[in-house]
Structure formats: structure tokens, C-alpha cells
Design a protein around this ligand. Sequence first.
Ligand code: ANZ
Ligand code: ZN
Length: 803
Amino acid sequence: MTEYNPNVIEKKWQDIWEEKEVFKTSTDKSKPKFYALIEFPYPSGKGLHVGHPRPYTALDIVARKRRFEGYNVLYPMGWDAFGLPTENFAIKNKIHPKVVTEKNVEMFKNQLKSIGFSFDWSREINTTDPMYYKWTQWIFLKMFEKGLAYKQEMPINWCTSCKVGLANEEVVNGTCERCGGEVVRKVKNQWMLKITEYADRLINDLDTVDYIERVKTQQINWIGKSEGMEVDFQISGTDDKLRVFTTRPDTLYGSTYMVIAPEHPLIEKYKNEIKNLDELKTYQEMSSKKSDFERTELVKEKTGVEIKGLKAINPANGKEIPIWISDYVLISYGTGAIMAVPSHDSRDWEFAKKFGLPIVEVVAGGNVEENAYTDTESGILINSGFLNGLEVKEAKKKMSDWLEEKGLGERKINYKLRDWVFSRQRYWGEPIPLVYCEKCGWVPVPEEELPVLLPEVESYEPTDNGESPLAKMKDWVETTCPKCGGKATRETDTMPQWAGSSWYFLRYIDPHNENELASKEELDYWLPVDWYNGGMEHTTLHLLYSRFWHKFLYDLGVVPCPEPYKKRTSHGMILGENNEKMSKSRGNVINPDEIVNEYGADTLRTYEMFIGDFEKSVPWSENGVKGCRRFLERVWRLQDIVVEGDDCSKELETSIHKTIKKVTEDYENLKFNTAIAALMSLLNEFNSIGKMTHEDMRTYLILLNPVAPHITEEMWDRLNLGGMLHKATWPKWDKDKIVDEIIEIAIQINGKVRGKETISIDETKESIREKVLKNEGTRKYVEGKNIVKEIYVPGKIYNIVVK
Ligand code: ANZ
Ligand code: ZN
């Protein structure tokens, strides 16, 4: 037998698959469909990273398995190619971003092809292709038409080094997510998208999809729905009111002072009455330099200034209280003003302690001299007039009713989510297809004139006053108004990088359509995406944005379902050997090309799936790579023990059927490592009995094929196992053959049987526990609760007590 030589066989099979269009999605709509999606990469100059193939291989495995099972599979790939790194490279090296992008795409594509992913390359898309961004612009215009895009003077996050406005999501710890530069606030006229209008639906519809729990939780927290009251405090000696937002109207009697954000208009309005205006101005100046992040950081010592000459009246007890300004109150949330209750809010408590303000306990249960008592479950109201003796929940309701009755306030729901800053003052993005006319205002470019192409410019650098480089192109900027024919100017801002990725999964469905973003027939068949895997870092950015766009398109009647993705999973990162992030500066970056060249693509794929729990971050290990290569060599040598005969080996029947079951289930549950481990141990069993029938080999190769497609296809061919491997059908396990191994146990929660789970008799307690907690039927009784006790009666009942 010849030696295992991946360099030869991998290229050979990649060429055959490509030539025979093996992975081209079928047009046959009578088959069940499976749409597998991974986040398309940004084609940076650095090339593919070993982190990329992890999710790509995972869904490649599922896609290949589903093809064997008779599904019509869509597993596409494309390029999210607009954005800053390419533009910054273009500026530095004076090369057009288009050229940079082409080069990088070519490099990425070759790298991906060398790993043998089963993408349907005929559906490749690129967000910078005018035929693509025509539809990105079209969706924007629809939003504009429906009033969801509007321009507003906004204090934005301004990166002093990229010279560009950033979305809140792009600011990390007060610095630019991309370059690490300092972020300050700057007021700019910005296009905004009203994602807030969809806030409730973005929360509620999470109930209808199968996302991993931490993704759901992060989205819910990011949207930050908060139910409370707006309450008016009279300003002493005037008819004027100062309105606050509070989630604790029950604590109103304990409000001993008020705080407004430094930007609050009250200061300007009462500048003649205020006695310490200069001091306040200095404070305002100072806080304008801080980011929201810095301002709300809990550990920071509180700062503030009392507004002398103004007082407010607590509407509950009629007492006069002081008003302060402090930057721990944000202008962008609620009403930009709060009623401070130092006894029951930690920030207010710290502030009161620092400035010697009175602390009045109104919910008994803690020790408010020591710290704020914030518990809302068990306290009883005191010092609070008509609320005395009530629990917090009742008191909230009673106070809210009272305030509404007296016309002093109203119930209000607030969200942390802000509208999406949708302008960038940069070159390498989709032009915003609007023109400004003195007479008609903002006018959309007519649909038949889309796409508005990015013009050629001399330099891609933003201007120093923060305008886009497009602003310097007089010929392009000056145009006529589509409405009245008068003089008009084009919008020179471009869209953010998140635009193109907000709908790309729709374009894969019908990538060459010239008349629509995708045809209704194709959308009806393929949507929703059945399985979307992507990084946790995109949970509050791309994932939320694309759900928002999809819902908008659903409202327009363009797409048939309100949610784009049926299922969302997430992978862990691959770290350097010493458990650190891989980075150029640490010199620990592994280039997948080197692994492919030295060990083969199948080894890379096997290793990345065997490396550990798919959802957890794991360190790279060269030894691990070698181990996987040795495994594949042993697979290769199985050819030596093949004997004539088409029936399954009798001796190993149970093992084979158990392995089929395990691998089949594990692939679907992201447990690739344990699937591979099962295949390793089955290999050992074949070797120990020293023979394998053709049928055994077929089964084995099909099971391993999704992980290591080249070696398995080659062995199938050499052993003449019938046609080509990728055309085979997925093996089925026979329940009867493993019957004595599989038993059913009952799951009992708080004394009631709520469901059943099948386990094998030799299954470990940890594994059984994991199954029980994930059980479809019983999960809902356990989730979000405290497990206080677990008792397992082996082979019979798994008892859980929750609180
Ligand atoms: C009085 C009070 C008493 C509060 C108490 C809390 C506890 P969430 O849940 O995040 O919505 N707040 C309101 N607007 C604010 C702003 N612009 N900047 C900073 N803080 C603001 O929090 C709502 C609570 O945060 C509000 O309820 C208010 O403080 C504060 F025992 O009012 B509370
Ligand atoms: Zn006009």
C-alpha cells in the first residue's frame, strides 16, 4: 500500500468536486432543505487565521451529513469587504481599496479551498460589488421612506485616531474597537436607523427561535427593557417641573435630592437664577471629555456640583430638596434627570456619603448607614406615609397609581438600546443614496438609478473637519434634485460596515437576481436559515442588526418569516499555545496554510474539531495536531485489514451501531470531539479483531467523511466501495442491535415526572446529567431556577429539586 500523502490526494479531490459541481445547491425544491450559515469573513490582508476554520468546519460537517441524509443543502460563502482596515491599508500604501479587496479575497478563497469546505462557490457574494450594494442601498431607501432613517445632531463617539464616528457597540472600554485609540464625544449630523422601534419585537420573538441561552440573554440585556415611572418634581417658586425616570416609585419618600446630567437644559434655562454658574460650566466642560463608559463605571469616585439657587419639591412629602449636576447621570437615558434615593440605590448612596446628603431609609430590611439596601423581594415600606407596611411590589403599584391620579407622573417603559448611528465619514462604504435640495429637503435617488456608485477619489483620507473624502468631489456632490430638478447636493457620508452584513444571507438565496434582492419563490423555500453559527462578539452587533433588518423586510412583505435564523450557536476562540489570544505582537499566530502544507487539510479539520468543547475557548497545540495526523494514518492503514464480504462484522455489530448513533447525534449537537473519539475507539476495535468487511468500511468512511472528506473519499475509491463516497447515504443504526445498551429513565422535577431521556447503560453520571438538563421537555422547568438537590437512581429516575 502506498503511503498516506494528503498533499496529493487533497488537491485531487478538491479538483474533482469542483469540476463535478458536487456541492452546488440543487434547484430541486421537492427535497427538504437545509440552510447552513457561518459568518462570512472580512477579507483582511492578514489572511485566514486558524480561528476561522473552527466554525466553518463545524457547519461543513453538518452540511455534509445532511447531504448524505437527502437534504438539499445551501452552504454558501462570501465576503464582508467594506470597512476600515482595507481603507486604512489603502491610505497607507496608496492602493485603491477595490484592488486591495480583490487581492485579499483571492488569498482567502485559495486558503478556504485548500481546506476542502463544501461551499457552493457559485453563490459567492461580495458586499462591495455594486450589484450587491445596490440592494443594500435599496433597503436603506425603504427605511427612509417608512420614516425609519432620519438625520439628527448627535453627540457621537469620535475616534481621534481613525477620525471617524463609532457606534456605541464599537467603543470598547472607552476606546476604539478597531485601533484602540481614544474616543471622545463630538456633535455631528448623523443618519440614524430607528432600531428602537423594533425593541419589543426583538426581545419577544426570541421565544420563537432556538438560540443558545447566553446569546438570548445578551440580546435581552443589551436591549435593556426597563419598566418604571416618569415623575414630575416642581421647581420651587416656579410653575416649572423637572421630570425624572425611576424604576422605584415606591422609594419616592426617600428621595432627598435630585441629580441632572451635566448636559441637561435646566442650567441654561435658569442661568439668571443660578448663583454658581461658573462652577457648573467648569464641571460641564470636564465631563464632556469623558465617555459614557467612564461616567457610569461603578468604581470611579463620584463627582458633582450642587446647583445653588434652585430647589425642587418632593411630590410625596412636599419637602424642599437640592438639585445637583453629576456625570453619573446620563443625558441619553430616561429624562436625563433622577430622583436620588441614597438609602436604596448604590450610586446615590456613594454620592450622598461623599457630599454629606441625607439618607432616609424607606424600605426596612438592611442597614442603610452601611450601604444601600437594594433588595426588592423581602423589604417592607417605612417612613412612607400611605405606603407604610406594604411590600415593594405593592408599594410600586400603589405609588404609581397615586402619581397618575394626581397627574404627577405616568408609567413609562425605557430601553437601553439606542437608535443605530448609520453614517460614517469614510470612503470605503456604500454611498447613502440621498440628495439634499434646498427646496425639497432630503430626496431619495430614484430606484432605477441605483446603485449610487462610489466615485473614484484622489485620496481616501477623511478630511480634518470630519467630512467624508467624497465631500471634496465637487462634480460628484453637485447634482440635480430628482423631485424638482433644481440644484441639489449628494449625501457624502457612507454606510457603516454593519450594513452589508445585515441582509447577506438573503442574497445567497438568489445571488444573481437583477430585478429583486431575491425572488419570492426562492425566499419562500430557503428561509429561515436553519442553522447559523457565529462569534459571541457579534451578539449585540451584527446578530441584532440583521434581525432588525429582517423584521423590517418582513413588514414590507419582502421575506416570508419574522425571524431570519431558526437556530444560533456559537464557537469558542482558538488561543495561542500558552492560553493567550493569538496576535501578531505576541508572535503566536498560527497560519492554517502551514498546517495544511505540513499535515494536510484533513488533519487541520480533524484537529480543530477534536481540540475540545466546541463552545469553549481552547489553546492551540502542535502535539494535538500531530496526534490527529497519526489518527488519520491509522485510518489509512485500515485498508490492510479489509476482507471480502459485504455484511457487517458480527463481532463488532453492537459497537458499530453504537458508533453510528453516537456520531450521528454528536454531529448535530456540536459535540465533534466526542464523535471523533468514538471513531478512534471503533478503529481500535477493528484493529484488535484484525479485519473489516466492505460494509464496515463503508460505514466507517461515511461517518468520518464530514470531518476528513479527502482521505475518506480516496479510500472509498481505492477500495472500490461503489461509486463516489459523497453520493452514499448516511448509515442508520438498528435499535435492536443496541437494545440492551439503551435504557429509558424518567426525569422528575419537584416530585413530578416531567419527561424521559434515553441513555446507554454505561453512560457516565455527568453525561446523563447534561442530557437531563438539556432535555427538550423538562428544560423549561429548570431553566433560570436554582437547582437545590439532585438524586439519580441508576437506570430509573433522575430527580431534581428546583427553587
Ligand atoms: C430612584 C431609584 C431608587 C432608582 C432606587 C433606583 C433604585 P434601569 O433599571 O437601568 O432602567 N436613572 C434613571 N435615569 C438615569 C440616567 N439618565 N442616568 C443614570 N441613572 C439613571 O435604571 C433605572 C434607574 O436608574 C432609575 O430608578 C434611576 O434611579 C436611575 F432605590 O430612581 B432610580
Ligand atoms: Zn428639490
